[in-house]
Structure formats: C-alpha cells, structure tokens
Design a binder for this molecule. Structure first.
Ligand SMILES: [Zn+2]
Ligand SMILES: [Zn+2]
Length: 165
C-alpha cells in the first residue's frame, strides 16, 4: 500500500485500501487468507507525518489441541512517524522513519506484514476449555467420550492387578 506524501498539506488525510495478502508475499499466508481492510490516517504538521495504520481481517487457525480449523477476527493498529528532511529526529519512539524531502510516496506493506506477524499468538486454541484429542484413540474429546481406556486407572485396581500377577 503506497501513500503519496510529497505534496501533502498539513492536517489529517485518510487512505483506505483492501489488500489481497497474496500480493504481500510473506510467510504465514495460510493464516491470513482473507483480504485485509487497511485504513491509514496521516496527520501532517511541518516536517512530521504521524501515521496510524489500522488493519482488519480474519485469521484462519488450526487448533493446537483438537486440530480443528477456526477463525478469529483481526483488528490491530500500528503507529509510525515519518520525519521529512535531512536532520535526524531525536525521540525515544522506536518507529520513526526518516525520509528525504523528495520522497514521492511511502510503501507501508512491510509495516503491515510486520504487524500481522507480531500479533500471531504463540498457542492457537479454538476455545479455552478445548479438551483436544485423545492420545490413545484420537477421538475429539469435545465431541465424544473416549473408549480406549486411556482414563486414569483407579489405584485400588492397580494393586489388585499386581496381586493377580
Ligand atoms: Zn480445539
Ligand atoms: Zn482414547
């Protein structure tokens, strides 16, 4: 997504776009299959352009426990500050991007991808109380009772078993 900045007047400017994730070329595209609704708001004041990128979409995951496919809404924001000109802007903010004053447009695709990867959960679980699959027979324990005897054995029976031996 390219944003023209060369002749931008001071004040607020808004850009909306729908981005097909295939055009972004990044890993984890299997998760982000739904087109991204991107809204960019720029606020220009002299040599600075505050940039807020809002990304909405739907992520497709596979549950780590039961392996079922499920979807989850994505609604995330990233803020950048473009600083125009030869001088360096001294600030504690990490996301300052220095551009020279001849820059016609800025490309936000890398920032969008970065943000999508940043918000990926470490674990993907379809719901908090997902019981997962039985390690013995593989049934989905959310749907059916396991029949394979993987249930913990009553310690009293365990004792009896050893007596029989
Ligand atoms: Zn699950
Ligand atoms: Zn089982």
């Amino acid at each position: 997504m390219k944003i023209p900045i060369l002749h931008l007047t001071d004040g607020i400017h808004r850009f909306d776009d729908t981005i097909n994730t295939e055009s972004l070329n990044f890993k984890k595209q299997d998760i982000y299959r739904t087109p991204l609704q991107v809204a960019v708001e720029l606020n220009k004041f002299s040599q600075n352009i505050q940039c807020q990128i809002e990304i909405k979409s739907t992520a497709s995951y596979q549950c780590d426990r039961c392996l079922k496919a499920f979807e989850s809404p994505v609604d995330t924001q990233k803020n950048l500050l473009f600083h125009i000109g030869p001088d360096r802007l001294e600030t504690n903010e990490d996301d300052v991007v220095h551009v020279d004053k001849e820059t016609v447009e800025v490309d936000l695709n890398n920032d969008i991808v970065e943000q999508l990867l940043l918000i990926l959960p470490i674990k993907t679980i379809c719901r908090n109380d997902c019981k997962g699959l039985c390690s013995g027979c593989g049934v989905d324990l959310n749907k059916e009772e396991c029949q394979c005897g993987e249930k913990p054995i009553d310690p009293r029976w365990e004792k009896l078993k050893s007596l029989i031996k």
